[in-house]
Write a protein that binds this ligand. Structure first.
Ligand SMILES: [Zn+2]
Length: 263
């Protein structure tokens, strides 16, 4: 170690392993004024790391079926090859009928799930149970980005109106324009039904705001109230930790104190 005192203590390395191909690529930063010995010392340390990655990447399975299952699981978001293997081995340990139930539920989900023809929410029937519920306020539509937002708002138990799922937000960077979303069907719905209020409940991002504004422009000529969900300091937050934009918006959009008592 003494001999290579000029070598950097830690070689900064950037790995981008491609598990599918069993390849680990590495880019070494340019190191100036370094003697050959130190350079080879670094190279050796880096190659050791690469080989460790290759071991995971080229993990050999004794069964092609296992390999297939691991590959399929590792396609899921947030699941790496190691986690995939752990899940697959766990399933193998379970009783056969439980693994079958999991497989069947996935097949049935993929084959039978439909999207509500009114609000585009996920459903088992042509019209979802929210749209077909007569007890709900059919004059108010809450516009959301995706199905998970419907679930989030439903969990609050504070909204009794209907929904309209856009399926995303306008994002030119990702090539998503208004025609890729369920905006036209929202306008038709507002025109054909007796809608009194449209609540825009999209993300407070630039894309969300762009979509809000686009919908607002499209609906502005119609005789209805267009609102957006409140933006401000979150419940339980301390003011000193709130960012300036949020805090500024909270001051501008201050509410009557009486309203804060409402549940
Ligand atoms: Zn519906």
């Amino acid at each position: 170690m003494q001999k290579y005192k000029n070598a950097p203590k830690r070689a900064k390395t950037h790995f981008s392993p491609s598990y599918g191909l069993g390849i680990a690529e590495i880019r070494l930063p340019r190191i100036r004024n370094i003697d050959d010995k130190s350079w080879f010392f670094c190279k050796f340390a880096v190659e050791k790391k690469i080989n460790k990655f290759k071991l995971v990447a080229q993990q050999l399975f004794s069964s092609g079926l296992l390999e297939n299952a691991v590959q399929e699981f590792s396609k899921l978001p947030g699941i790496g090859r190691k986690t995939a293997l752990r899940l697959v081995l766990h399933l193998l340990k379970q009783p056969e009928n439980e693994t079958e139930a999991l497989g069947n539920s996935l097949i049935s989900l993929r084959k039978n799930v439909v999207y509500c023809k009114v609000c585009h929410n996920i459903s088992d029937t042509e019209v979802c149970n929210i749209c077909s519920n007569a007890a709900r306020d059919a004059e108010t539509i809450c516009v959301v980005e995706n199905i998970r937002d419907v679930m989030s708002i439903e969990n609050t138990q504070q909204f009794r109106g209907l929904y309209h799922v856009l399926g995303g937000v306008i994002s030119p960077m990702d090539g998503i324009g208004p025609s890729d979303l369920e905006i036209e069907s929202l306008i038709q719905r507002v025109q054909s039904e007796k809608i009194k209020e449209v609540i825009l409940a999209l993300s407070t991002t630039m894309e969300g705001d762009t979509t809000n504004f686009y919908i607002f422009r499209k609906l502005a000529t119609l005789n209805l109230k267009i609102t957006t969900i409140a933006r401000g300091v979150a419940i339980g937050d301390e003011l000193e930790y709130a960012d300036e934009v949020t805090l500024g918006r909270s001051i501008l959009n201050r509410v009557d104190f009486n309203n804060t008592f409402r549940q």
